[in-house]
Design a protein around this ligand. Structure first.
Ligand SMILES: NC(=O)c1ccc[n+]([C@@H]2O[C@H](COP(=O)([O-])OP(=O)(O)OC[C@H]3O[C@@H](n4cnc5c(N)ncnc54)[C@H](OP(=O)(O)O)[C@@H]3O)[C@@H](O)[C@H]2O)c1
Length: 260
């Protein structure tokens, strides 16, 4: 029994603080819930304040704990610095970063505009780089940190009508590896989490179209989409002491899509 208890203890986040970008709904909120259950103090951040308040109330219903919210639009280095300052006005340290906020613009490659490309690359790759770099600095100074960058299976395998999104998510995977190598001896792990399809606002357009929905299901050996609670536990592994020897990896949570 002692061994089981000490193994489970490695998943505890008691005494740790986690910041989740895009933490007011969808996958970010599902990951935040898992970290909260494991004992982390949370900061969830996104633009929509009402949705942040609702997410906070939902998290607090899970049991006692601390949840802070920061309403912030992440667009560039200055906005990331403001987020960093706001977070450190609330807590002493951020030990765990979930770099999750993201957007998508879909369409045939030949129809996509320069604005589509820049908007998605900025939000899904440049901003996550700036967030990871900025929040890593004090983690490196203290010698402990966990950074989990949310990629996508569409950064691993090609899927039509997603050129900027796929390029950004492939960038997330490689960025995570390079940061992991640089920081490997300094107590900070960096990994990429690559979800397959989950029913979130981002996927409404797919869920509302029975043909597209079935095309997705047809690619998934488990023949179903993921349930939101199936993303939190894999994320917890990479954010806790349980993942202390895991860095630079890509954890794919996709019901088998990319195994084929
Ligand atoms: N759902 C899936 O099947 C799936 C699969 C693979 C990967 N992913 C990735 O998972 C992550 C979460 O996506 P999701 O499916 O949960 O989508 P979602 O429900 O649309 O959530 C996106 C989150 O990002 C925030 N956000 C977007 N742009 C922002 C900005 N400029 N500044 C600050 N916050 C911003 C949104 O909050 P506000 O609008 O309030 O700012 C929201 O919290 C994304 O990186 C996505 O690419 C999702």
């Amino acid at each position: 029994m002692k061994t089981v208890n000490s193994t489970l203890q490695m998943f505890s986040l008691e005494g740790r603080t986690a910041l989740v970008t895009g933490g007011n709904r969808g996958l970010g909120l599902a990951i935040a819930a898992a970290l909260y259950d494991a004992g982390a103090t949370l900061i969830i951040t996104a633009r929509d304040e009402a949705q942040l308040a609702k997410a906070k109330a939902d998290l607090l219903k899970r049991g006692p704990g601390v949840v802070h919210t920061i309403s912030a639009e992440l667009t560039d280095d200055a906005s990331v610095t403001r987020l960093y300052d706001s977070a450190h006005a609330l807590v002493d340290n951020v030990d765990i970063l979930i770099n999750n906020a993201g957007v998508n613009r879909r369409g045939p490659a030949e129809n996509l505009t320069e604005d589509d490309w820049h908007y998605v690359l900025q939000t899904d790759l440049t901003v996550p780089f700036l967030v990871a770099r900025t929040f890593a600095r004090p983690m490196l100074h203290r010698g402990w940190g966990r950074i989990l960058n949310v990629g996508s299976i569409f950064g691993q395998v090609a899927f039509g009508h997603r050129v900027p999104y796929g390029a950004a998510k492939a960038g997330i995977i490689h960025m995570s590896k390079v940061m992991a190598v640089e920081w490997a001896t300094r107590g900070v792990t960096v990994n990429a989490l690559c979800p397959g399809p989950f029913a979130t606002e981002m996927n409404k357009v797919v869920m509302d179209d029975p043909e597209q929905f079935q095309r997705f299901v047809g690619n998934i050996p488990m023949a179903r989409w993921g349930n939101l609670e199936e993303i939190g536990a894999p994320a917890l592994l990479l954010c806790s002491d349980a993942g202390s020897f895991i860095t630079g990896t890509t954890l794919t949570v996709d019901g088998g899509w990319t195994a084929q």
